[in-house]
Design a protein around this ligand. Structure first.
Ligand code: AMP
Length: 571
């Protein structure tokens, strides 16, 4: 396929805000793509020549890229800079300059998708002496042969910011309609592979049957199974038919461990690779996992050296900053608690009942003291014993319990009622921030309160629930203002329904966890979700939550119903 065909599709996608139209552009593109080209086309559509979970970048900075554009178009870097200041997007600059190119190239070859893909993909591999120049040359080579439109998207791909509004989730529907397979089957295949390029290629060659055969592979993160919330011990026992496995619910980071011979990789719940952040846990894991190849699910917890108790989740995240890792290993030791097994040597365990997976897990893990530990588990059916276990879990510093259905398979990427979290704390909700209001007095100059929205689970739109103006420290207000200024919008966002006035609107990106006293019904002119909150209080940013994972308006309706029932029960 010529790259021009892809660039034209990108251009259309960039200028089409409508979900349906975007979908039909992608469907058309996929239909025209051969099996051989499919992986490349899908990856480029998602913006990078490797799947999202691979933590790699091209390594080409803006300055280098400007030089490549200047060279290909025959302009000076200063001229590129000047236009860049006016236009603000190097892709657009490349398009304009190549449109009036001073350098005339004879016999320029027509760019293919393959050529662009390969060139961009090998950029991080260009290292050593003279690597900067060789990278610039490699990009300039592409740009010299490209049309203005092609240049725009090559540049944006190299920067890693394609801006065509195609997120991974969108691929599910497009693949399903392009190849006439059920969206559920496409989604399941994605949950196992976390890679739409593999999914699309498999559909083209093997159809729905092929998709069903796709399995997990070491090195490719699997979307983790998630938990629903339960209100009471009785509810848990009812849903689990009288008996379940109860485990301590730890507050850390969900980590999926992939072992392949000597190589150990760690992936988060969002399928980001975190291996480099925790070098000190890799050796213990190598020792602890007996099979040659395995995929194990667990929670990574930071330990307070003074008290020996688990530290809040934010402390674990501090290790994300590279320069602090060495120090952090000293100051914040980490432990991994393992609780599930997805694969062990040749055996894929996903369809086995939980109790069976746990049995095998116990066999294949040799605990390493203070480093790799099996999550404490008790199979219980008596409410008193469950309550006692729960109290103990909280007393030693954990969050509560997780109840697991003994017979359930591993439901990759699903949040179902076969895993239930039982937390005794106040209700909290995860909501996305969509607006802000400036504070007064001491808070002048900073946003003093934020407007929070839930997601409508049916339409995907964000609908407001509350204005939250308490729970922040002065430091929080400062930091949050800085953060939100960066994502402030000039126009209303098309996916947000907001009626109340605010001083600033934000891209729906950042998720707050808030506690509240009570849910209320709210007139739609005030809060578009139809619900409001009494005494909302900010707790923290949920860095591990995407806006697509926040609480839904339907869940809030459900919580409201339960709350009202509790109230009447008390009377
Ligand atoms: P939540 O993030 O509130 O939906 O709770 C589910 C999360 O609890 C999982 O994604 C894990 O990160 C964490 N977790 C802690 N302990 C366990 C456990 N024993 N089994 C499964 N998940 C656990």
């Amino acid at each position: 396929m010529r790259y021009a065909a892809l660039a034209e599709a990108f251009e259309k996608l960039e200028h089409t805000p409508s979900y349906l139209e975007k979908n039909s552009v992608i469907v058309e593109l996929l239909k025209r793509t051969t099996a051989e080209e499919m992986e490349r086309v899908v990856l480029l559509l998602l913006g990078k020549p490797w799947p999202a979970y691979v933590s790699k970048e091209t390594g080409v900075g803006l300055q280098q890229l400007k030089k490549a554009v200047a060279r290909a178009a025959g302009y000076s870097p200063a001229e590129v800079d000047k236009l860049m200041r006016q236009v603000g997007d190097l892709g657009e600059v490349a398009k304009q300059l190549l449109g009036k190119k001073r350098q005339v190239t004879l016999f320029a070859e027509q760019l293919t998708v393959k050529k662009v893909f390969e060139n961009v993909k090998q950029l991080p591999e260009i290292t050593g002496e003279g690597s900067v120049d060789r990278r610039i040359a490699s990009i300039a080579e592409l740009l010299t042969s490209s049309t203005p439109l092609e240049a725009k998207f090559i540049v944006r791909t190299v920067i890693g910011d394609l801006r065509i509004g195609v997120a991974e989730g969108r691929l599910r529907d497009a693949i399903a309609s392009a190849f006439d397979v059920r969206p559920g089957v496409v989604e399941h295949a994605y949950m196992l592979t976390t890679d739409y390029s593999i999914v699309a290629k498999t559909v083209v060659t093997g159809g729905e049957k092929g998709l069903k055969k796709l399995g997990v592979a070491v090195g490719h993160p699997v979307n983790p199974m998630l938990a629903q919330r339960a209100e009471t011990i009785d509810e848990v026992l009812k849903r689990m038919k009288g008996k379940a496995a109860f485990e301590i619910k730890l507050d850390g980071i969900r980590i999926q461990i992939h072992k392949d011979g000597d190589k150990v990789s760690l992936f988060t719940r969002r399928m980001e690779e975190y291996t480099k952040m925790f070098p000190d846990i890799l050796d213990p894991l190598r020792q602890a996992l007996k099979p040659k190849r395995a995929i194990v699910d667990g929670e990574l917890v930071a330990i307070d050296k003074r008290t020996g108790k688990p530290m809040p989740f934010q402390e674990v995240l501090k290790r994300r900053r590279k320069y602090e890792i060495k120090q952090a290993i000293e100051q914040i030791p980490v432990e991994i608690y393992v609780f599930d097994l997805l694969m062990s040597d040749g055996n894929v365990m996903l369809d086995e009942p939980y109790i069976e997976r746990r049995k095998v897990l116990e066999r294949i893990v040799k605990e390493v003291k203070g480093k790799v530990i099996m999550v404490e588990q008790r199979v219980l059916d008596k409410p008193d014993e469950i309550k006692e276990f729960m109290d103990w879990s909280i007393k030693i510093g954990h969050e509560g319990l997780l109840a697991k259905d003994l017979e359930a398979s591993y439901r990759a990427g699903r949040r179902e009622f076969v895993w239930l979290k039982l937390k005794p704390v106040l209700e909290t909700l995860d909501l996305v921030v969509v607006g802000g209001l400036y504070g007064k007095g001491k808070r002048a100059g900073f946003f003093g309160s934020y407007i929070l929205a839930a997601r409508d689970g049916k339409t995907g739109r964000f609908k407001t629930v509350t204005k939250c103006g308490s729970g922040y420290t002065d430091e929080d207000l400062k930091e949050l203002t800085k953060l939100f200024k960066k994502i402030q919008l000039k126009k209303p966002h098309p996916d947000i329904d907001i009626e109340i006035d605010c001083d600033a609107r934000f891209e729906p990106k950042i998720v707050f966890e808030v506690v509240y006293e009570e849910l209320q019904v709210s007139p739609a002119e005030k809060h578009t979700s139809g619900f409001g909150m009494r005494f909302p209080r900010y707790i923290r940013i949920r860095e591990d939550r995407r806006p697509s994972e926040i609480n839904t308006t339907q869940e809030i309706a459900e919580l409201f119903k339960k709350q009202e029932k509790r109230k009447t029960a008390k009377v």
